[in-house]
Design a protein around this ligand. Structure first.
Ligand code: DQA
Length: 142
């Protein structure tokens, strides 16, 4: 199974940004973790991070016909981007939403997730483990 993992703005700042919320593990640690889980589960993974909404949309579109599933942490775009929602709808690949923190226990403006409307499941508040759960969920569809 070929999957694409997309991380949105400021996820590359893990280990530096708001450690009390996101922890002290770095983005490199996250990449390593995702690759390890995918290797253990014989899944082919591409990991993409961008701080730009349009680049995230391009990555989703590029997955069409090439990937079997998408895991996405759109970061702040979760709460604003109808364009990312539409891109996920357009490719109609099984998509899973992940957030390191529990967005529903934070600021009210974080309680809205556009992508959750198209994702088959959302994992939030579990840190890196949310990505593992998402990988295993996609695997179970295979
Ligand atoms: C986040 C939660 C978002 O509200 C925030 O803007 C992020 C990270 C998370 O992984 O917990 O950048 O998606």
């Amino acid at each position: 199974m070929r999957i694409l993992v997309i991380n949105g703005p400021n996820i590359n700042m893990l280990g530096i940004r708001e450690k009390s919320i996101y922890g002290s593990q770095t983005y490199e640690d996250l990449i390593h973790y995702i690759k390890e889980v995918c290797t253990q589960n014989e899944m082919e993974v591409e990991i993409f991070q961008s701080n730009h909404e349009g680049e995230i949309i391009d990555a989703i579109q590029a997955a069409y016909g090439k990937k079997d599933g998408i895991i996405i942490n759109p970061a702040a775009y979760t709460h604003t981007s109808i364009a990312i929602l539409d891109a996920l709808k357009a490719v109609s690949l099984p998509a899973v939403e992940v957030h390191l923190s529990n967005i529903y226990e934070r600021d009210e403006f974080r309680h809205i997730s556009y992508v959750s409307k198209v994702c088959i499941k959302s994992f939030y508040g579990l840190g890196f483990k949310g990505y593992k759960n998402a990988i295993l969920l996609l695997k179970s569809l295979d």
